[in-house]
Design a protein around this ligand. Structure first.
Ligand SMILES: Cc1cc2nc3c(=O)[nH]c(=O)nc-3n(C[C@H](O)[C@H](O)[C@H](O)COP(=O)(O)OP(=O)(O)OC[C@H]3O[C@@H](n4cnc5c(N)ncnc54)[C@H](O)[C@@H]3O)c2cc1C
Length: 395
């Protein structure tokens, strides 16, 4: 039976960055993941994910994202590859930004200025001239912040898994953790569906939206929610090629709509919705995009991006968040099992924090402090708890 100092369950962005961090600290590290990597059902598996500092009035996430943008740039250099594309983030609104209004966009804008960043304000004429794909007059105000963009998330997971293996992490693909053997308040080993058993001094569950099925005690504080993703093939690709088009939020806190420029490799424009989503069981429920989702998308495009309104949809996916009730990550040791730690609860916004997640989860497992640890601790949440993530449409 294989035995490690640390055994990771799950090789998404949380698991792989934690494995690297612990290995760099000289620990022996094993990692389990079903099937092959990047796993098609993983939230981290996708062509693009937004990297933004805009978090409304929440300056902790803003500072964390700012720190992570330097991390993404360092990884671009380390791997001599473009994992992170710094295209900027364009936030558009339908009504003028009111100074001191607490709208997501206005609070983000003011906090960026307060921290010495330089978001560029755009009026409807500037939006029309710089981003001609947007319907003139629909968005009358907004700003572009250049310290932002997107990461090619599947490529990130593949690259980091390769790096982890180089460092000596033993990644066991095709292994699905099924059951923890416990003794005297400790996990002794984990048994897999495939019939194997693994031992470790400490176990770390980073199973994304499967976490609460593996640890049912978390079912009261997190759930899996499914969100529609669309890939469209534009008839006029030049209109959607960066810098004519960029990563955007279209009154995102009120509508949920956001998207990306034409993907350099995939040749598609990805549009998705950061909204309440559909609560699903990660294994028992089907993950499909319904006609109603497509109708919702078409209505948005007709109003906001007419040149894309009739473009063919070449791919759809219902991707699942590991949604904590308050929308904050869940990073802490288990209250009853002293050698088990959980790193999950991405709630639709953790990919951008890749460069710091491993450090935070490793610190929790090692019983060390971390400047950004307090808010993600094991906590009581009631069913009335609302998501605090301000970019998210909650209606
Ligand atoms: C539609 C959508 C859009 C998003 N957009 C953004 C964005 O623009 N910006 C951003 O920052 N974030 C975004 N996110 C959120 C981000 O993708 C997630 O927060 C992040 O990827 C979560 O990473 P993870 O490692 O926790 O989970 P995952 O990536 O889901 O990885 C979990 C891994 O655990 C494995 N696993 C599951 N069960 C077991 C088991 N029993 N045994 C072993 N392994 C197991 C899975 O196969 C998987 O590989 C988005 C998410 C979705 C769904």
């Amino acid at each position: 039976m294989k035995s490690y100092d640390f055994l990771l369950i799950g090789c998404g962005i949380m698991g792989v960055t934690t494995a690297i961090e612990l290995r760099k600290r000289g620990h022996s590290v094993g990692l389990l993941n079903p099937d092959s990597l990047p796993h098609p059902l993983a939230a981290s598996t996708d062509i693009s994910k937004i990297v933004r500092m805009e978090y409304g009035s929440d300056t902790e996430y803003m500072d964390m994202a700012d720190h992570c943008i330097s991390g993404w740039k360092a990884w671009n250099e380390l791997f001599n590859d473009t994992l992170y594309h710094e295209t900027g983030f364009l936030l558009l609104v339908k009504n003028p930004l009111e100074p001191s209004s607490n709208s997501f966009e206005n609070a983000s804008y003011e906090n960026l200025l307060r921290k010495g960043h330089q978001p560029e304000r755009l009026d409807s004429q500037a939006i029309r001239e710089r981003y001609p794909a947007f319907n003139p007059g629909v968005y009358v105000d907004g700003f572009i912040h250049r310290r932002a963009g997107y990461v090619e998330s599947s490529k990130v997971v593949t690259t980091l898994a390769g790096y982890a293996t180089q460092l000596g992490v033993e990644i066991h693909e095709g292994q699905t953790a099924a059951f923890f053997e416990e003794k005297n308040g400790q996990v002794v080993s984990v048994k897999t569906r495939e019939g194997s058993e693994f031992q470790a001094g400490h176990f770390i569950v980073c199973a994304g939206h499967f976490t609460h099925t593996l640890l049912p005690e978390l079912q009261g504080v997190m759930k899996a929610t499914g969100h529609p993703v669309f890939h469209l093939k534009p008839n006029r690709p030049e209109l959607f090629t960066f810098p004519n088009f960029t990563v955007f939020g279209a009154a995102i806190a009120a509508t949920g709509w956001y998207g990306f420029p034409l993907h350099p490799m995939a040749g598609v424009v990805k549009i998705a919705n950061h909204g309440p989503g559909l609560e699903l069981h990660p294994e028992q429920d089907e993950r499909v995009v319904y006609e109603a989702d497509i109708a919702h998308l078409r209505a948005f495009l007709r109003e906001s991006i007419p040149a894309l309104a009739d473009a063919p949809i070449v791919h759809t996916r219902r991707c699942l968040y590991c949604d904590t009730l308050d929308g904050h990550f869940w990073i802490d040791r288990h209250p009853r099992l002293s050698n088990l730690t959980v790193g999950a609860g991405g709630s639709g916004h953790a990919m951008k924090m890749g460069p710091v997640l491993g450090e935070m989860i490793a610190a929790a497992a090692l019983g060390e402090g971390h400047r950004w640890a307090a808010r993600y601790r094991w906590r009581d949440l009631s069913k009335d708890t609302k998501s605090a993530e301000e970019a998210r449409n909650k209606t």
